[in-house]
Design a protein around this ligand. Structure first.
Ligand SMILES: Cc1ncc(COP(=O)(O)O)c(C=O)c1O
Length: 405
């Protein structure tokens, strides 16, 4: 079994120096670093396999297509989907949610209907619904959360009604690190035949997902937060919905027959994959999945649980630190503020020490509004994050504190 030191060697960027100091990378919720295996898979495609997929009889195109479709199967197994046609490649979580907001609403939502979205969503799970709302005139009902960061489940139950057409909820809050009780949410919604979309951008990197067991109707995520490339992600959707939903984009690949009298559309998943896909990214994604599978979620979960606990304890042992999101079930990220210091100042000082953290509203302005703050500082972990990284961060924060308070 690999140790953290072995794992760190797989990620060449961790050797980088920032202002002449070793990089301490604690911004994994924004994007994770890539192991050499992923970088190699992508360059291998351009060096040895580059051809368009699904359209050539020549060998190179067939090989590229095989690798591309193998990835779809691997993604299917990775998230426990029943059918590979339920895996749609998109550019990432944002595009996956936009796809559903646009096409699900077109088919299933009419004026006066309601869609429930929580108060703790990333903007990617708010704005697409607002854009669709302009067109389809439904109402967005907001599921609030309590100060500790837990969803108000009593309000949730009261929001579900015959006009509710969908619930769209994040698995894990990127701003608070709080893990939502999605299984319970899905069960409650399904009792009223209401489908549920889960934004899994911050879920898949941290624990094993099984969409069949969860019984969610849609699950969206991005490869780049999962040690894979940017610009590629997945929409998982139950076949019955994907089949009923109209195409999102028009173009090559997504059609069966085109004529000026009318066009018929391709079967799943191609109906939703118009145009030339980002093949190198898909193959890089495949390598990322293989990499995660090699390490295993038992290891990842245990390691990250340690990091969450260790960091929280160390942070709370300093005076003047307030942590946002204090429910027992958290994953991947810790948000905090140093007294009333602007988080940007904390982040800037840490950066000069080679420590990369995220500061600001984290694309979750409704969360910041809940706490009446401009933003937070956020540390977030990956499989290569070491105890030493946390110790350096805490020492850096102590120094920043003496400068700022
Ligand atoms: C919870 C959550 N949803 C959606 C997104 C959007 O992901 P992407 O920018 O990869 O589409 C993010 C990215 O930070 C996120 O954390």
């Amino acid at each position: 079994m690999k140790t953290i030191n072995d794992i760190r060697k797989d990620f060449p960027i961790l050797e980088e120096k920032i202002y002449n100091k070793p990089l301490v990378y604690l911004d994994n919720a924004a994007t994770s670093q890539k192991p050499l295996k992923v970088i190699d898979a992508m360059s291998n495609y351009y060096l040895h396999l580059n051809a368009n997929v699904h359209r050539g009889v020549h060998l190179l195109s067939q090989k590229a297509t095989d690798e591309f479709e193998k990835t779809r199967k691997n993604v299917q197994n990775f998230i426990g989907a029943k059918h590979s046609q339920e895996i749609i490649f998109t550019r990432g979580t944002t595009e996956s949610i936009n796809l559903v907001a646009s096409t699900f609403c077109q088919e299933f939502v009419k004026e006066g209907d309601e869609i429930i979205v929580s108060e703790m969503e990333h903007h990617s799970n708010i704005v697409p619904w607002q854009l669709a709302q302009n067109k389809y005139k439904f109402e967005i009902r907001v599921l609030p959360f309590k100060d500790r960061g837990e969803l108000d489940m009593e309000t949730f139950k009261s929001l579900l009604n015959s006009k509710t057409k969908l619930v769209a909820l994040t698995h894990v809050s990127n701003a608070l690190g709080v893990v939502n009780p999605i299984k319970e949410v899905i069960e409650l919604a399904h009792k009223k035949d209401i489908p549920v979309l889960i934004d899994g951008a911050q879920g898949v990197p941290h624990f094993k997902i099984n969409v069949e067991e969860l019984d969610c109707d849609f699950y969206a995520f991005s490869a780049h937060k999962l040690y894979g490339p940017m610009g590629i992600g997945v929409l998982y959707g139950k076949k019955k919905y994907l089949e009923a939903m109209p195409p999102y984009h028009g173009g090559g690949e997504m059609i069966k027959e085109v004529s000026f009298e009318g066009t018929t559309f391709n079967e799943l998943p191609f109906k939703f994959e118009a145009g030339t896909p980002s093949v190198a990214d898909v193959l890089g994604f495949n390598a990322a999945i293989e990499y995660i599978n090699e390490i295993g979620f038992d290891f990842i979960e245990k390691h990250e649980e340690f990091l969450m606990q260790y960091t929280s304890e160390k942070l709370l042992s300093l005076d003047d630190i307030k942590i946002y999101g204090t429910t027992p079930h958290k994953a991947g990220a810790i948000s905090f503020n140093l007294k009333d210091v602007h988080p940007f100042d904390v982040g800037t000082l840490l950066d000069q020490m080679g420590i990369a953290i995220r500061t600001g509203h984290h694309c979750a302005q409704t969360v910041m509004k809940h706490y009446n703050i401009v933003g937070t500082a956020r540390v977030s972990f990956g499989v290569y994050t070491s105890k030493e990284d946390i110790d350096i961060f805490i020492e850096g924060l102590k120094r920043a504190k003496t400068m700022l308070l």
